[in-house]
Design a binder for this molecule. Structure first.
Ligand code: 5GP
Ligand code: ZN
Length: 190
């Protein structure tokens, strides 16, 4: 997308969407950690993202390399919602080594491109990272959300996932396959 088109998209959202706070955006995941003190900081099995990275817990993996793993979010804001996580456990973004942090954002950018080419509905993308309980972080293994957005969705922080809905493994696998295929074809995730 050209810089002009990005500007127009930004202006479109600025004009058509109300200002919504992060608290409005997302209900708490009551069954997860309430704050950092309850989080597992060692990469032990209680960390669901460590379990996914190690293959002990089920997930629809889209991409992985030595530094990061990308998988489908189980409570997607929209179909195609991805999480980019460091392979080594790190609670907050400040605990992630700089090179791995850079890789998270480089891969996040590539996932945004893949989503736009995947055939899944994707008219815009939010890259979102909650760092700390006060910022809305629920799972204390740092992660970058890559979220397809549609015209008419609530404003950029008004993502409004419905946490009562759990996506089925079958539909997540179909979406993961579409995204994998699009970046394979583009040849830009190495
Ligand atoms: P946060 O609120 O910390 O920014 O985001 C945590 C995200 O992790 C949420 O969007 C939530 O849906 C997702 N999540 C929580 N548990 C699981 C799980 O077991 N599997 C997957 N794939 N995603 C999860
Ligand atoms: Zn972890």
């Amino acid at each position: 997308m050209s810089r002009g088109a990005v500007m127009i998209e930004c202006l479109y959202y600025a004009k058509t969407t109300p200002i919504i706070t992060v608290d409005d955006w997302k209900p708490r995941l009551e069954d997860r950690f309430q704050d950092e003190s309850e989080a597992n900081l060692s990469g032990a099995p209680e960390c669901i993202f460590c379990e996914i990275v190690s293959g002990k817990a089920e997930a629809s993996i889209v991409f992985r390399d030595e530094q990061v793993t990308v998988f489908m979010d189980i409570h997607p804001v929209n179909p195609g919602h991805l999480l980019v996580v460091p392979n080594e456990h790190a609670s907050g973004i400040d605990d992630v080594p700089e090179a791995v942090c850079a890789r998270m954002f480089i891969v996040g950018r590539q996932m945004a491109r893949a989503l736009r080419r995947s055939g899944l509905r994707c008219e815009g993308v939010n890259l979102y990272l909650a760092d700390g309980a006060a910022a809305g972080q629920d799972v204390f293994h740092s992660h970058l959300h890559v979220i397809p957005r549609f015209r008419g969705n609530p404003g950029s922080l008004g993502l409004q996932a419905d946490f009562s809905v759990v996506a089925s493994r079958d539909e997540l696998e179909v979406q993961a396959e579409a995204i994998r295929n699009s970046f394979d074809a583009a040849g830009d995730v190495v």
